[in-house]
Design a protein around this ligand. Sequence first.
Ligand code: ZN
Length: 226
Amino acid sequence: MPSIPSHKPYRVGRSRTGLGLFATKPIKKGTKIIRYFGPLLDSKKKEEDAIENKYLFELTNRWTIDGSVRENIARYINHACKPNAESDVKPRKRKVFIRAIKDIEPGEEINYDYGTDYFKAYLKPIGCKCDACEKKRKKKRAEARAERARLKAKAERKALKKAEKQAKAEAELKEKLRAKAARKLKKKLNGHALDGKSLNGGSRAKVAGKKSVGRKRPAPAPALQA
Ligand SMILES: [Zn+2]
């Protein structure tokens, strides 16, 4: 890691995405923190226009700072979608300063918005890892989890309702069958009671009638005999 004079309010340190620049002292909003510097590339010169790296800072259509040089400590500053600093571009002076746009506390990572072009080219494809985007992702994950839990609870409620309905239907069927069986039994018992009665009277006539039919048949015989 590069050595930084101790009077500077920042240091290079480990960040979520690798290295980053961190405040070591309170930095007031509006303070110029560090200059973003490096060789100036002239797009009118073919060999300079052909240079390609992640640290190019376009000043104007013609001039670009190549910030990939080791001495450019500002190159350690990571992008953030809701940053605490900004790049203050002085095109005519061909200079860029990183300036605090919020009060920054010691230990806080310093960051600025790299701009739409950089974001689209380098960050969007891999997913921006800045605090704001991580928070958004975390929130989305939590929401998705909550939604899954809600759907699961709903499915469980539905299954429980179904089971209850089925149990009720089964109980009703059982009751119906029990009642039917009870009716059948009652009928049978009543039938026995009737049979009993018939033995003592009620149906005797019928029985007697039957018997009498049986008796009637041989009846003509005596007539013939007579
Ligand atoms: Zn972001």
